[in-house]
Design a protein around this ligand. Sequence first.
Ligand code: F6P
Length: 341
Amino acid sequence: MRVGVLTGGGDCPGLNAVIRAVVRKGVSEYGYEFVGFRDGWRGPLENITCELGIPQVRGILPRGGTILGSSRTNPFKIENGVERIKENLAANGVDALVAIGGEDTLGVATKLSELDVKVVGVPKTIDNDLGATDFTFGFDTAVNIATEAIDRLHTTAESHHRIMVVEVMGRHAGWIALHAGLAGGANVILIPERPFDMDKVVEYVESRFRTNYSPIVVVAEGAVPKEGTHSLQSDERDAFGHVRLGGIGDMVAKELEKRTGKEARAVVLGHVQRGGTPTAFDRWLATRFGLHAIEAVHDGDFGMMVALRGTDIVRVPLTDATKELKLVTPELYAEAEVFFG
Ligand code: F6P
């Protein structure tokens, strides 16, 4: 058996741990050969391959990024894309594919699997918003990076009696903001699932100053203000139809400065959250995903994706992977609200 492996979409700490586990178990237990496809679906589309075996996966467990490279190429948006992929898989003698990716990459895997390509999916995203799995690897690393940043911002905020606004990733879901905000003792957490009342944010910030502490506002990049509570303008709408403001952290900081008379600074953590070495939890989860993915290949269980349910790794249909976004629930947000203000 010859198995192709690819990583697609935004990179994420733990991708290399998956690749390593797939290859190590595939070679040692099943005697498989592997071929690496470069840069997500662009690899099989344009026949860009690389050697993939035990020597290539040595030492990569703690390394961030992906040794295979990544892209957001979608073969379904390219003329004859699917035919080209099928031809190139056949030309490389590939019997099955392990596709590691998020919503878009697994969406392509789902459609290809319906067109008789033998594929097993592995979910990844630092956003942790894939409905079919309890956690995705990369999320824990991103939360730890954001929490460390918040800890550091507390001390400089106190020294200068300033408001610090920290913008974290999360376009549709506020998981990183919620977890890091809670762990870092944020004064307010703003998430995409719940349009925020700017008047309330001003109140929370002012009450924090009254207790002699400097406020930290954590805002997810996809958070949106409620109309009529702010002076920010935009015609853009997000997936829920709410007003979308690019650079929301900066805008919230400016508005807070204007309305409270206190100095405010915005910090955008951006891709720092996706870089560097994965946490132990992410290495553990990614490794287990890899082991179970190659086991699914061995069982001929194609069109499936591995997922974490509780502490078990299970297989779910690839069609479930992108069916629904996992969003922060009102109950979880209410837990964080106890600490606001
Ligand atoms: O989906 C993962 C993610 O990191 C989002 O949180 C973020 O909005 C997006 O990718 C950034 O994408 P890019 O790397 O293309 O700027």
